[in-house]
Design a protein around this ligand. Structure first.
Ligand code: SF4
Length: 186
């Protein structure tokens, strides 16, 4: 490594040097084409891991969340598909919203979404989350989750049965396969 082009590293703290050297490596790999080659090989592996270990953050506000609970009971047992609910946005990659959304919830919901690490996806389960449902014209009801955060999968029904939730999750699985988001060196 030729350090004559980067005299500032002599005065760096250990933390700054770590960041600088990491960026330097990535830039070098980008410039030489190594990054593209590594990403091409690792993207399918990342995608495989992401789609087979989906950790949803359940945000259940109303009756649809009972169907979510049923889906994790012994009859449907969604955990067997690698979908394990989390209670922290930092540990989740799917935001799963059920129930009608009031205007007062908008900032909290947006904050939850922003606290989730990339890559992340959003599912709207039930008519209320999709469009406001039976209360769509309520003075304080938001007409659709997609007015707050981008939605990837819509699961219609009032309420959707556990089979519909599993079907929605499998659709997300196919979407993740097609997108192959994220890469080893980002
Ligand atoms: S879609 Fe139907 S079941 Fe689900 S929260 Fe709304 S009213 Fe309840």
């Amino acid at each position: 490594m030729d350090l004559s082009n980067s005299p500032q590293i002599i005065t760096m703290t250990a933390k700054d040097f770590q960041k600088w050297s990491s960026n330097f490596m990535v830039e070098t790999m980008k410039a030489t084409g190594v990054k593209q080659a590594v990403d091409k090989i690792t993207a399918p592996i990342w995608s495989w891991g992401q789609r087979n270990a989906i950790y949803p953050l359940e945000f259940g506000i109303a009756c649809c969340s009972l169907e979510f609970a049923a889906a994790y009971g012994p009859r449907w047992d969604m955990e067997r598909l690698g979908m394990i609910p989390r209670s922290s946005p930092r540990q989740a990659d799917v935001l799963l919203i059920m129930g009608w959304l009031s205007a007062k919830l908008r900032p909290s919901l947006r904050r939850l979404y922003e606290q989730m690490p990339e890559p992340k996806w959003v599912i709207a389960m039930g008519e209320c989350a999709i469009s406001g449902g039976p209360w769509y014209d309520g003075y304080n009801v938001i007409q659709g989750l997609d007015t707050i955060v981008p939605v990837d999968i819509y699961i219609p029904g009032c309420p959707p049965r556990p089979e519909a939730l599993i079907d929605g999750m499998l659709k997300l699985n196919r979407k993740i396969t097609a997108e192959q988001k994220g890469s080893f060196l980002d």
